[in-house]
Design a protein around this ligand. Structure first.
Ligand code: AMP
Ligand code: ZN
Length: 506
């Protein structure tokens, strides 16, 4: 039953999964190119600023996807690019008199810190656009050679007319886009307003790269075509992003890659819906955004934010409110309480039926009692229903419903007396579910910045541990949990053992 963290699963035993494909607008079975292995490309951040929590919702969806595929037995190679060449970056670096690397470095750090703060597992590769300029130039050359691209004043452009399938992903009707519409002033050389830029000529003084078409920089779309090819090949399994990436970004990636390679680009397109505030998409330009730093300042729990994002299906919008964050916090408290009670029993605390005065005989009886009422079935149901929910287009709402059925049933059985090894099995089942949720392991949620701020001396720690022991003896789980959280925020890890509570600094 217990799969344990990081347990290796042979590639051949991967379970079938259905995922919505934006291209077909239907649920389709995932059919990886290589059995049991999935290559995923996820459009990453443009590193000119810290991400807002809308961006982070998309990155968290991609984390849920990779964790779910792992749990279901797949090997995953995820590539997330960092867009470190882009107009705003060029402008910003130019104005600050910095190189691109100097200008983007703090934002790259913020990005990785935010991923870690939300428990997002690292991807296998984080290529930067600036490291792949050669690959982009190669692709553009291939497009020019085959007549899909042309040079003009301002740079090199993709000729949309040449790609019949353009618009299939988004369903956009290009004939409705009016020719002769106003064109960005640095793209005035293009033949058709609908064509998009592959290489932009540099203006004097701007950071630039040499190319067969003069000094300049790549367009945004070609970056992803080049980096996905480098790591995953011309054709790969899954491409993700937020819904705003569908048009024009992903549409343009398809056009570039399929025309350059004369091969299919992506087998399965997944897009997550937006995080909204008061009915509007959260975005930097609208000024309606929060960053993690803002939430921290307001004392919000980032663990609750992770839970809130998980709990809404990725193809549904989330309206971000304080109330939604509070509700997520309450759900987490129920899970923490159960984990705490189970740890207490599994660790052989005073109310463990297998411990102390209860004696072996009584323990065996209670074991029989619980087995007779089918605790194994409760464990199996969680495992089965949770996995089935994930395999059905990452339906975490159904997965969480299964989890809370398990919480209810296990709490009921704890009242009646649960055997030590059953409590251990229940904890293992929770740990398995948490391989996807990533919200339950208390050690994963220690916040290093807080521990520095709230440093406690040994005597203070011992006093808090004693108060917690007293609360546990009185079965005041809420107070005991609160004290555990307080200690954990100060970087103190507790371990409940039959001989008492041990503590150490993390
Ligand atoms: P950007 O840094 O603007 O390129 O965005 C990075 C990722 O965040 C992209 O995949 C976007 O689709 C996604 N994104 C931007 N705004 C939101 C939002 N309000 N909700 C969810 N995802 C978003
Ligand atoms: Zn992209």
């Amino acid at each position: 039953m217990n799969q344990g963290k990081g347990a290796a699963t042979p590639a051949g035993s991967a379970e079938p999964v259905r995922l919505h494909n934006t291209m077909s607008r239907r649920l389709e079975p995932l059919r990886p190119l290589r059995a049991g292995e999935v290559g995923i490309y996820t459009c990453g951040p443009t590193v000119y600023d810290a991400p807002h929590i809308g961006n982070l919702r998309t990155f968290l969806f991609e984390d849920v996807l990779r964790r779910s595929l792992h749990l279901l037995g797949y090997r995953v190679t995820q590539v997330m690019n960092l867009t470190d060449v882009e107009d705003k970056i060029i402008d910003g670096a130019h104005r600050a008199g910095q190189s691109i690397a100097e200008f983007t470095a703090p934002h790259v750090d913020e990005f990785f810190a935010d991923l870690a703060a939300l428990g997002i597992e690292p991807a296998e590769h984080y290529p930067r656009a600036t490291e792949h300029i050669d690959g982009m130039i190669e692709l553009i050359e291939a497009l020019i050679e085959q007549g899909y691209a042309y040079t003009a004043e301002g740079g090199v452009f993709f000729r949309i007319d040449r790609f019949e399938r353009y618009g299939r992903l988004s369903g956009i009707d290009l004939s409705q886009v009016v020719r002769g519409e106003r064109v960005a002033d640095d793209e005035y050389g293009k033949d058709d307003v609908r064509d998009f830029v592959l290489w932009k000529s540099a203006k004097p003084g701007e950071p630039s790269w040499p190319s067969p078409w003069g000094d300049g920089r790549p367009g945004w779309h070609i970056e992803c075509s080049a980096m996905s090819r480098h790591f995953l090949g011309e054709t790969f399994d899954i491409h993700c992003g937020g819904v705003d990436n569908i048009f024009p970004h992903h549409e343009n990636e398809i056009a570039q890659s399929e025309c350059a390679h004369q091969a299919p680009f992506v087998r399965h397109w997944l897009h997550s819906e937006h995080l909204m505030v008061d009915g509007e998409k959260m975005s930097k330009s609208k000024g309606n955004m929060y960053r993690l730093a803002d939430l921290r300042q307001r004392g919000a729990s980032l663990r609750a934010l992770r839970y809130l994002f998980l709990s809404v299906h990725y193809r549904r919008k989330i309206n971000f409110t304080d109330a939604s964050l509070d509700a997520a916090g309450s759900a987490l408290r129920r899970l923490d309480e159960l984990r705490f009670r189970l740890e207490h029993v599994a660790g052989g605390g005073p109310d463990s039926t297998a411990d102390g005065d209860a004696g072996g005989e009584e323990a065996r009886q209670s074991d029989d009692r619980a087995d007779a009422t089918g605790f194994q079935e409760v464990l199996d149901a969680l495992r089965r229903d949770f996995r089935a929910a994930l395999a059905d287009d990452l339906n975490l709402s159904a997965g969480l419903a299964a989890l809370f059925r398990f919480v209810k049933e296990t709490n009921r059985r704890l009242e009646a007396g649960l055997e030590t090894r059953q409590a251990a099995a229940a904890l293992a089942a929770l740990a398995e579910v948490d391989r996807v949720l990533g919200v339950l392991d208390p050690e994963a949620w220690l916040e290093p910045t807080q521990s520095a701020a709230a440093w406690l001396g040994d005597a203070e720690i011992e006093a808090l541990v004693e108060r917690r022991d007293a609360a546990r003896a009185e079965r005041d789980w809420t107070e005991a949990d609160r004290l555990r959280d307080e200690l954990s925020a100060a970087g103190v890890v507790l371990e409940d053992t039959p001989g008492g509570t041990l503590w150490r600094r993390s």
